[in-house]
Design a protein around this ligand. Structure first.
Ligand code: FES
Ligand code: FES
Length: 153
């Protein structure tokens, strides 16, 4: 039995300790906003937060997910996440949308750790989140917008 705290709620799951967190989130609990891409920590589609920091849920076993997990479904409960999501909508970042939940989770984690990143900081922090539609320029612009609005929040 594993206990996961996801989006502020405790869930008791009868799953093996080594089950990837992504499977528990999507297949057992039904939070479908977190995507399966590569399964080997190479694409970022499965990014969630553990205690506010971005992690790859495809390679994190449920037994290592002690703490508060946040998925894209609840990112607007975080003031930084809400601002990132608004910038995404304002700039129409998403194309097919598949990678975008992971992108937003990673961008929010970045801005929580570094509220005023340089362009190089952003490019480097987002390098592990792949987008097959090539929305990188809009992602960069949205993160710059979200960070620029920091003082007004
Ligand atoms: S599915 Fe986890 S990084 Fe690709
Ligand atoms: S928007 Fe299609 S994969 Fe990124």
């Amino acid at each position: 039995m594993v206990t996961l705290n996801i989006n502020g709620q405790q869930h008791e799951l009868d799953v093996p300790d080594d089950m990837p967190l992504l499977w528990a989130i999507r297949d057992v609990l039904g939070f479908k906003g977190t995507k399966f891409g590569c399964g080997i920590a190479q694409c970022g589609a499965c990014t969630v937060h553990l205690n506010g920091t971005a992690i790859r849920s495809c390679t994190t076993p449920v037994s290592a997910a002690a703490g508060e997990i946040t998925t894209i479904e609840a990112i607007d409960q975080d003031p930084v996440g809400k601002r990132v999501q608004k910038a995404w909508l304002d700039l129409g970042v998403a194309q097919c949308g598949y990678c975008q939940g992971g992108q937003i989770m990673n961008a929010t984690s970045l801005l929580k750790q570094n509220p005023a990143p340089s362009k190089d900081d952003i490019v480097s922090a987002m390098a592990g989140n792949l987008c097959r539609c090539g929305t990188y320029n809009r992602i960069l612009a949205a993160i710059e917008r979200a960070s620029g609005e920091e003082e007004k929040a």
